[in-house]
Design a protein around this ligand. Structure first.
Ligand code: ASN
Ligand code: ZN
Ligand code: CA
Length: 333
């Protein structure tokens, strides 16, 4: 064996058995992904300050799938960052969050009974709590993709985190978090348009959010209205999430990978999907080329129509589908 880039094996709480990128330093393996910008994962050990301790060990086999093993959530987080890195690189040609080849790091086991995960621009890092009773870590793949995508948004459109632009910021993270889940396509985390369906954040088995019909969470908006920007950004995001679902999959009842959806449309408009790959290309180009910090839903429609025009041509079926999907969530007609 040689120092430097290694491929280890891990068993996460949610990802199951996976290979992960590690580093060998002397005779010690580190949870540091030398092949992806040296993104690494640290143990906060239930503390809240500092950047934690890098996970290291004498063998390159990590975690056992149980949340009580401190390495298991670390495997999830580490795999989530690697998969999000691969997704942005291979699908969108983006080399890391800042497009500079530098990996972000993840802090797991933050605080006690902490039921959240977050991205922080100032540390260029993600942080995960262990959830209720410290036994339900928030380290699911779509959550990792969601948090890391906040970093991508900060380094592109930089959508202000309030009002309609804040809803678009949150929707961007739900959209790419879900696309990362589809990209990984692993058996233990069936890809879907639900956010956080494995972490049991509500304690009753329901997901955190639903992209096909956002109001199923009891608070998110299905359609644009003039007051939608007054909602919490995690609820005004519903308009953007619902648009994306409709653009990708179309309205009405549908079963995708064994999951049933029933997506309503404004005024019962008929919306036909163009597929998630094209929809994601359009959203990424809009985010990275046309959206700005103050983009609202009306401007997001213009941005995505321009992006679709660049990618698929003026008056293409894709451009028309973008307009129809926005009309389906009451953004323009
Ligand atoms: N998990 C939340 C998010 O990514 C944390 C927050 O509200 N800032 O949006
Ligand atoms: Zn978020
Ligand atoms: Ca999901």
């Amino acid at each position: 064996r040689f120092e430097g880039i290694q491929t280890g094996t891990g068993t996460g709480v949610f990802v199951g058995n996976v290979t992960i990128g590690t580093t060998l330093s002397g005779s010690t393996y580190q949870l540091k992904d030398a092949a992806r910008g040296n993104g690494y994962t640290t143990n906060m050990n239930n503390g809240t300050s500092g950047n934690g301790t890098l996970f290291t060990k004498s063998t390159d086999t990590w975690g056992n799938g149980s949340a009580s093993n401190k390495e298991s959530a670390a495997v999830d987080a580490h795999f989530g960052v690697a998969t999000t890195w691969d997704y942005f690189k291979n699908v969108h040609g983006r080399n890391g969050i800042r497009n500079d080849g530098v990996g972000a790091f993840s802090r797991v086991h933050y605080d006690n009974n902490y039921v959240n995960a977050f991205w922080d621009d100032s540390c260029f890092c993600m942080t995960y709590g262990d959830g209720a009773s410290n036994t339900h870590p928030l380290t699911e793949l779509d959550v990792a993709g969601h948090e890391m995508s906040h970093g991508v948004t900060s380094n592109t459109a930089n959508l202000n985190y309030s009002g309609e632009s804040g809803g678009l910021n949150e929707a961007t993270s739900d959209i790419f978090g879900s696309m990362v889940e589809f990209y990984a396509n692993i058996p233990s985390d069936n890809p879907d348009y639900l956010i956080g369906e494995l972490i049991d954040i509500n304690g009753n088995g329901t997901p955190l959010r639903y992209m096909d019909k956002p109001s199923k969470d009891g608070a998110s908006a299905d359609y644009w209205s003039s007051t939608v920007g007054n909602k919490d950004v995690h609820y005004s995001s519903g308009v953007g999430n619902h648009f994306f679902y409709l653009l990708a999959e179309g309205g009405g009842a549908k079963v995708i990978n064994g999951v049933s959806y029933n997506s309503p449309t404004y005024n019962n408009l008929t919306v036909t999907g163009i597929g998630r790959d094209k929809a994601a290309k359009i959203w990424y180009r809009a985010l990275s080329t046309y959206m700005t910090s103050t983009t609202n839903y009306a401007a997001a429609r213009t941005a995505t129509e321009k992006a679709a025009t660049d990618l698929y041509g003026a008056n293409s079926a894709e451009v028309i589908a973008v307009g129809t999907a926005w009309a389906g969530v009451n953004v323009g007609t």
